[in-house]
Design a binder for this molecule. Structure first.
Ligand code: ARG
Length: 461
């Protein structure tokens, strides 16, 4: 690139190290589509409003389209020496069409230009993340439909607690991911506001039509205050937060998958394509994908912290610190998208070991609450029933047996309220099937959750 845009005011050239330090093109080049689309809308509006000549506006628009095609095809290489993508495209435009190219930046500043570009770029990216999370939800729907009757132990404190089904279990994660999508919709709405026309900070004296630019670019509204228009990065932080929550949910899920494929659980088996071996231990099949999802979650939190910290001391309006927003949010987007994609494939291909789940459910007295509830239904107060059931469990532990295996006589030595139908009450399948309360693990209730999930996926498809 030749001299700097601001050469007129400066007596000396910029120090080479400052050039490098200042430059953002190594990462903001990826917004070139948005920058060009924004400039096309701006030039169109300038022409329509008579701020520049209509013929010149058309010439600018046509050349910007060619520049975009040339970058797309590789015919035009992005100059790593340029300060940023905005300066680069304007410089190429001026090189190609001369004087007319210099009119593009009328009634515009790089401050509102970059605010526009990042909003446009993030809008696309939010939709891409939503599509990936929707695919994950579809994979959960499929697995849940296959496992409505797959009994497994539910845990609290990682101790076996009560019986439920694998479908019910993974549908809990579907709830989290549906909330993640709603959070992304929310961020989208606040990103979908057009800042161009804010100028450097105090708008402009030219008779621009901001609403026309918003309409051309498909924005819902225009920003209301020019100072805020160039200095607001809330939507970037909100997106980093939404991605952090999404990663946190996938990280919890990953932790479960890591536990489940251990020899101690064996609830699932990962497909070979989504596991890795050890360089020294031939028997190993490691859940690296799940571990890396868990590991990358910290990195996304780091990006969120970068953004919050970057903004916290900035006076109004634009400050160069804000250039740092891009690497952080791009990193969060890249790694989250990769994580959702690989996680979905890993989850969709894993095999569910229904027998191991049932075996685990049969041990650990997860029907002890149901045993107490049985006595309550026969007139005993819950606190007394709880004690009887607790004593039965202690007895079974001493005798190395289970509640199901006790004889009715033995039951009766603990309370004469027990009858033959106690076996029916503590049968694992019955314990699950009778939990018919809305939101519970009974097959009907789970089917209702699947139906709602199905509708949600259709709405977001
Ligand atoms: N590369 C800059 C950024 O990403 C563009 C805006 C520069 N504006 C300025 N006045 N220096 O924030």
């Amino acid at each position: 690139m030749k001299g700097k845009m601001w050469d007129a005011r400066f007596a000396k050239a910029t120090d080479a190290r400052v050039n490098d330090f200042n430059s953002s093109i190594s990462f903001d080049w990826r917004m070139y589509h948005c920058d060009i689309a924004g400039s096309i809308a701006h030039a169109t509006m300038l022409g329509e409003c008579g701020i520049i000549d209509a013929g010149e506006s058309e010439k600018i628009v046509a050349e910007l389209r060619r520049i975009e095609a040339d970058i797309d095809s590789g015919a035009l290489a992005i100059d790593p020496e340029a300060e940023d993508i905005h300066m680069f495209i304007e410089a190429v435009l001026t090189e190609r069409i001369g004087e007319t190219g210099k009119r593009l930046h009328t009634a515009r500043s790089r401050n509102d230009q970059v605010a526009l570009d990042i909003r446009m770029y993030l809008k696309e990216q939010i939709l891409a993340v939503k599509a990936l999370v929707t695919s994950l939800l579809s994979a959960i729907e499929t697995k849940a439909s296959e496992n409505i009757h797959t009994v497994m132990p539910g845990y609290t404190h990682l101790q076996r607690a009560q019986p439920l089904t694998f479908a019910h279990y993974i549908l809990a994660y579907a709830q989290m991911f549906m909330r993640d999508i709603k959070r992304l919709d929310d961020v989208y709405a606040r990103t979908n506001i057009m800042p161009l026309g804010s100028g450097a900070l105090a708008a402009t004296t030219y008779p621009i039509n901001r609403h026309r630019v918003a309409e051309l670019l498909g924005f819902d509204a225009v920003t209301e205050n020019s100072i805020d228009g160039v200095s607001d990065r809330d939507f970037v932080i909100e997106l980093a937060n939404a991605l952090s929550m999404l990663m946190m949910h996938m990280s919890r899920f990953s932790e479960e998958i890591i536990l489940w494929c251990s020899s101690e659980f064996r609830f699932i088996e990962l497909d070979d394509a989504y596991s890795t071996g050890s360089s020294i231990m031939p028997q190993k099949k490691n859940p690296d994908v799940a571990e890396l999802v868990r590991g990358k979650t910290g990195r996304i939190y780091g990006d969120l912290t970068t953004l919050l910290t970057m903004m916290k001391g900035l006076p109004l309006a634009y400050n160069k610190d804000m250039q740092e927003d891009k690497e952080a949010i791009f990193d969060a987007l890249d790694h989250t998208q990769l994580a959702v994609e690989v996680f979905t494939a890993m989850f969709a291909t894993m095999r569910v070991n229904t027998q191991a789940m049932r075996r685990a459910a049969a041990q650990g007295f997860i029907n002890a609450t149901d045993c107490a509830d049985y006595l309550v239904k026969r007139g005993m107060a819950f606190r007394d029933a709880y004690k009887v059931s607790g004593k039965l469990v202690a007895y079974c532990i001493d005798e190395n047996t289970t509640l199901e295996e006790l004889s009715l006589d033995t039951f009766r030595t603990f309370s004469d309220s027990f009858d033959e139908d106690v076996y029916d009450a503590i049968d694992l399948d019955n314990c699950v099937n009778r939990r018919t309360a809305y939101g519970g693990p009974s097959p009907d209730s789970v089917q209702h959750q699947i139906d709602l999930l199905h509708d949600f996926i259709l709405q977001n498809a």
